[in-house]
Ligand binder design. Structure first.
Ligand code: GDP
Length: 138
């Protein structure tokens, strides 16, 4: 799985109509879409996805935000996918993100930051499995 990562276009970016532009940037950077769906997380599912952050002060806000509207979830494939995708999306806080990164271009704030990207190969596999069964991957 080291050539795969997992992403979500978060509710802020979907609601703002940035889905097409973000997917264009992702494909333009050489990532192949292996699986993709438009869906919506319940608060329970959002809490489960971000369980690692349960003790953080922003956890409640994060769960509310991630369950506030539709998201696009996708598995992406490319050599060195996890690291290259983190570079493409930029820093968690868009104020610190490099010019041209997806978060610099489309994120509103540290919380409403447009996209998710897995932070390790292990989490990429876990997160992909959270959303997709084997037959949903191309
Ligand atoms: P990421 O790996 O760059 O997504 O960042 P983290 O794993 O540190 O945090 C996960 C997600 O929690 C971020 O992408 C944000 O949506 C949210 N988040 C992180 N820090 C804050 C914060 O200080 N306030 C709020 N409201 N949300 C945050």
């Amino acid at each position: 799985m080291s050539n795969r990562t997992f992403t979500m276009i978060k509710p802020d970016a979907f609601a703002s109509g940035y889905t097409g532009a973000i997917l264009k940037q992702i494909e333009g950077a050489g990532f192949r879409i292996v699986a993709m769906k438009l869906t919506r997380l319940s608060a329970e599912k959002a809490g489960e996805f971000y369980a690692v952050h349960a003790e953080r002060p922003f956890y409640g806000e994060l769960v509310d935000f991630m369950s506030s509207g539709p998201i696009v979830a996708a598995i992406l494939e490319k050599d060195n996918a996890v690291e290259d995708f983190r570079k493409l999306i930029g820093a968690t806080n868009p104020a610190n993100a490099e010019e041209g990164t997806i978060r610099k271009l489309y994120a509103k704030s540290v919380g409403e930051n447009a996209v998710h990207g897995s932070d390790s190969n292990e989490n990429a596999a876990i997160e992909g499995n959270f959303f997709f069964s084997a037959f949903e991957r191309i």
